[in-house]
Design a protein around this ligand. Structure first.
Ligand code: ZN
Length: 274
């Protein structure tokens, strides 16, 4: 039977055949021009013996953070003008401060450390992003930093020293500017993820993450979902869901780039911070 589907297919084919004469350029590829984010540093959390949290299906966080980072990189390279650097591309150990130092050495415009959340009760669900604070905002924030970074053994300096280091960082005018940018970046990325995945929006929070302390550019920790939640943890293993997470992060980066273009003088920030 000559169905309407066949008619439309034939029409579509004729449109293709009647396309631009040979030699004439077709439409430009739809590439988003990043005005400010020229270099994006992605940090897949954990690696090697530092496996991160355990997911509901026996996978470890370190595997998924790398998979999601690779997806974010692919989308950014295919669909935007940004170049992308990963702090690790294999299952290898990497120090906390080393990660931010790598981003500094690349003169990255933003630094995103990618993670998955976990809670002991399996009830937590949703996406959140974090930026640096001098002190832990609350007990939950302290617990998260301990869970995420305790295994690195890099927080063994005494608290006073740690506090002084962060205080010095935050007293620096240029870094303060970067911190304000970090908050905007965190908001844009968490909004992008929530819109793309339909996961609950847990918002933007502050904690003294070691991985953010030495970053000389807007820097955030991305908690892309709860690996300990039966439903969300299973979704996070699904390549299609991972793709929505990655796409949400990219949308957030694009929104942040657009936002920077609206604020007077943002292009100076990157230069100032060098
Ligand atoms: Zn983590």
């Amino acid at each position: 039977m000559f169905s309407s589907w066949m008619v439309s297919s034939l029409l579509a084919a004729s449109v293709v055949l009647a396309g631009p004469p040979s030699g004439q350029a077709g439409p430009e590829p739809d590439v988003f021009q990043m005005r400010h984010l020229k270099v994006i540093a992605l940090d897949p959390g954990h690696g090697g013996d530092n496996r991160g949290c355990l997911g509901v299906n026996g996978a470890y966080e370190k595997e998924l953070t790398l998979q999601i980072a690779e997806r974010v990189r692919r989308i950014l390279l295919e669909e935007t003008s940004a170049s992308v650097m990963l702090t690790r591309e294999a299952d290898v150990p990497l120090g906390l401060r080393e990660r931010a130092r790598m981003a500094n050495s690349w003169n990255a415009d933003v630094f995103l450390s990618l993670h998955l959340n976990a809670d002991p009760y399996g009830s937590g669900k949703g996406v959140e992003t974090w930026f640096l604070s001098v002190d832990s905002a609350d007990e939950e924030a302290q617990k998260l930093v301990a869970a995420e970074e305790g295994a690195y053994g890099e927080n063994e300096d005494d608290d006073h020293h740690e506090h002084t280091v962060v205080q010095n960082v935050l007293n620096d005018t240029q870094i303060r500017l970067a911190q304000a940018r970090s908050e905007s970046l965190a908001a844009a990325v968490v909004d992008g993820m929530a819109a793309s995945t339909a996961a609950p929006l847990r918002g933007v929070r502050q904690a003294p993450f070691g991985v953010l302390k030495e970053a000389k550019m807007p820097a955030i920790v991305v908690e892309a979902g709860f690996f300990s939640h039966e439903h969300e943890g299973t979704l996070l293993l699904d390549p299609e869901y991972q793709e929505t997470v990655a796409r949400g992060i990219v949308k957030g980066l694009q929104a942040y780039d657009v936002q920077l273009a609206r604020v007077p003088g943002p292009s100076a920030l990157r230069t100032v911070l060098r």
